[in-house]
Design a protein around this ligand. Structure first.
Ligand SMILES: [Fe+2]
Length: 292
């Protein structure tokens, strides 16, 4: 396995009145000295966005945002995205999706969602640009969120494989990914999220770096045998999510994460007793642009 090269140092630095503390050589940085409930000034906002592009995953500690404050913080960076028909959020705040293992009576169900690697809304024509996840209630241990860096995974591939993948397109299907976890969509849901094709190697619209674009919604390679090309996708995903490319976020109370869906995959790790402990997060997403 080729090792990715680190693109940045891991020393803390100060910019625009905030501190940036890189969390690993692979990805991730903690942003220190900002209260997300207050509107950002132009300089701070620009510094946060620059760090977002550079580190792909930002961690803001000790935040306490209600739903409307999270919406206000999110929309400073783009256009809020609606969720799927069944994940439409609550009526008081349709753009905030509640990620929870609790049933309607507030009891832990034992079920943890989104445990497979994915990029949010990769089945849309314009997949999500960013996701923001704010911890509201955490288990005593575990319930981590893991991230895999698709820049690093692509850059580690031999030239020959990179050439092979060039110009290949992948069909992403919400219907198939729900089927894989045992849920049959209604026709209305299928019509709301029909299959969509994206490049297997996408170019990030802002950094212009190339990265793999895969995950649990990826069905098959367009124009190829479905079963055989699924095996190819699975092999690539296995490469892309090996431990060289992974960062594990261990949640603390008050954490708010903001990550770049265009170049990261993520998954929830069910490494806690979900039959006993609540794990509740508030999620907002920003709409992306069609892939190139
Ligand atoms: Fe997700």
């Amino acid at each position: 396995m080729l090792q990715h090269k680190s693109r940045y140092k891991t020393n803390t630095f100060i910019t625009g009145g905030i501190k940036i503390l890189p969390l690993s050589k692979l990805m991730g940085a903690e942003v220190i000295g900002v209260d997300l409930r207050k509107p950002l000034n132009k300089t701070t906002k620009a510094c946060i966005y620059e760090a977002f592009l550079k580190y792909q995953l930002l961690v803001f500690r000790n935040q306490d945002l209600n739903k409307s404050e999270q919406v206000s913080f999110t929309e400073q960076f783009g256009t809020l995205e609606r969720h799927t028909l069944t994940n439409k959020g609550q009526s008081d705040s349709p753009f905030v999706h509640i990620v929870t293992n609790l049933d309607e009576h507030g009891h832990p169900t034992g079920k943890v969602k989104s445990t497979l690697w994915h990029s949010d809304k990769s089945f849309r024509e314009a997949p999500s640009m960013a996701t923001l996840l704010h911890a509201k209630c955490l288990p005593p241990n575990g319930g981590d969120t893991c991230f895999a860096n698709m820049y690093a995974a692509y850059e580690a591939l031999p030239d020959e494989t990179q050439n092979e993948l060039k110009d290949k397109k992948v069909v992403h299907s919400w219907e198939l990914s729900r089927e894989n976890i045992g849920r049959k969509l209604s026709q209305k849901e299928i019509d709301d999220a029909p299959p969509m094709t994206h490049p297997l190697v996408r170019e990030h619209p802002e950094t212009r770096r190339k990265c793999l674009f895969l995950g649990m919604h990826a069905s098959h390679i367009e124009g190829q045998n479905i079963l055989k090309s699924r095996l190819k996708i699975e092999a690539l995903e296995k490469h892309a999510t090996n431990e060289n490319f992974i960062f594990r976020h261990r949640w603390r109370d008050g954490d708010l994460l903001m990550w770049d869906n265009r170049c990261l995959l993520h998954r929830a790790d069910p490494n806690f007793d979900a039959t006993q402990h609540p794990r509740v997060m508030h999620r907002t997403c920003l709409r992306g642009t069609p892939t190139i």
